[in-house]
Design a protein around this ligand. Structure first.
Ligand code: TXA
Ligand code: MG
Length: 315
């Protein structure tokens, strides 16, 4: 399942005309718009009902034009060379002549940049010929889409075209690494495990603690409630309570029923790929809530637990 060259060219034309196109990446589906067109960027915030203080990620087909946008020190160049294309977003300082809409970076001096590996994303970014901002293609605060159908369900006619590339292989958003300060800081655990970055950079500063409702944000995008299904979510559950859907991980204790299993063999990459679509599938009024078995914290487990914690946070 992949769009052909004509569909990619049509999508690129829409983007150049300031319209919005949803497209697959290896992490989640993105809602794309021309990063240099303030009206297109504003339309993305509107379509998602996203707060304008939460900046967007600029997507490029390769690192070729990155230095037109931001300054790279040696450390950033090494990280980019090693992990791009892939599930890593770097936050770097904008250049004075950076052509990206200021709204995209929510007025900050920094800019988040990602080079996705997905062939459809690659083809679209090349055809568009300009930087494309793309937040996850969901309504703000909700679960990110890992299928084209999720995007259609969430955004309907708020998006001009949805390119269908099938299921996203990783299924969790990119890891966001802030390289604007001396000590590299992990802003969002994601599809690239922090261990891989620490092997190159040494220990990372941890993400700032999430802000509660009504508090100032310690960093953009750090809302404590996010990735939220409609039903309440209960974590580290050993068995379902009456009425709850049980989302298992690994072996299910004998005699306990489960509605879905993130990975029967206990594989974290498989669990990451299933997480958002299973949460969506279980988010039905026949259940009173979703109870999730404990997930280990190593590797992709850190990002899975981060998303679950926000899905379970009070709203
Ligand atoms: O995997 C992904 O990253 C997906 C795909 C579509 O590329 N995109 C995505 O975008 O997850 P979004 O908008 O849902 O999340 C972007 C995150 C937010 O937490 C935002 O606050 C943070 O990146 N961010 C963006 N620009 C930033 C900046 N200048 N400084 C700090 N954080 C930034
Ligand atoms: Mg998002």
């Amino acid at each position: 399942m992949s769009p052909d060259a004509n569909e990619i060219e049509h999508a690129a034309e829409l983007l150049r005309a300031g319209r919005l196109v949803a497209f697959p990446t290896e992490t989640v589906y993105g809602l794309g718009g021309d990063a240099t067109n303030g009206a297109a960027v504003a339309a993305i915030f509107r379509a998602k009902q996203r707060p304008v203080f939460n900046p967007l990620i600029v997507h490029l087909p390769d690192a070729g034009m990155v230095e037109d946008l931001v300054t790279l020190d040696q450390r950033a160049s090494r990280v980019a060379a090693r992990f791009w294309p892939g599930p890593l977003t770097l936050v770097l300082m904008r250049r004075a002549a950076c052509p990206i809409s200021l709204l995209a970076s929510a007025g900050l001096d920094s800019l988040a940049i990602r080079v996705p590996a997905h062939p459809v994303a690659q083809a679209l970014l090349r055809a568009a010929g300009r930087p494309i901002v793309a937040p996850s293609a969901n309504r703000s605060g909700r679960i990110s889409p890992t299928l084209a159908q999720h995007v259609r369900d969430e955004l309907g006619d708020r998006v001009d075209l949805v390119l269908d590339g099938g299921a996203c292989a990783i299924g969790l958003e990119s890891t966001v690494l802030d390289l604007t300060e001396e000590r590299p800081r992990l802003l969002r655990p994601g599809g690239l495990p922090a261990e891989a970055l620490e092997a190159m950079l040494g220990p990372l500063a941890p993400p700032p603690a999430p802000a509660a409702e009504g508090e100032a944000l310690p960093a953009p995008g750090m809302m404590s409630s996010h990735y939220a299904p409609t039903l309440p979510v209960r974590l580290a559950a050993v068995r379902p309570e009456q009425g709850e859907a049980f989302l298992a991980f690994g072996a299910v204790p004998p005699g306990i029923r489960s509605e879905a299993n993130l990975s029967p063999s206990g594989d974290l990459a498989e669990a990451a790929a299933h997480l958002f679509s299973m949460l969506r599938d279980l988010d039905r009024p026949v259940f009173s809530g979703i109870a999730v078995m404990p997930i280990p914290m190593n590797g992709l487990g850190a990002a899975i637990n981060d998303r679950l914690k926000r899905a379970a946070a009070p709203r």
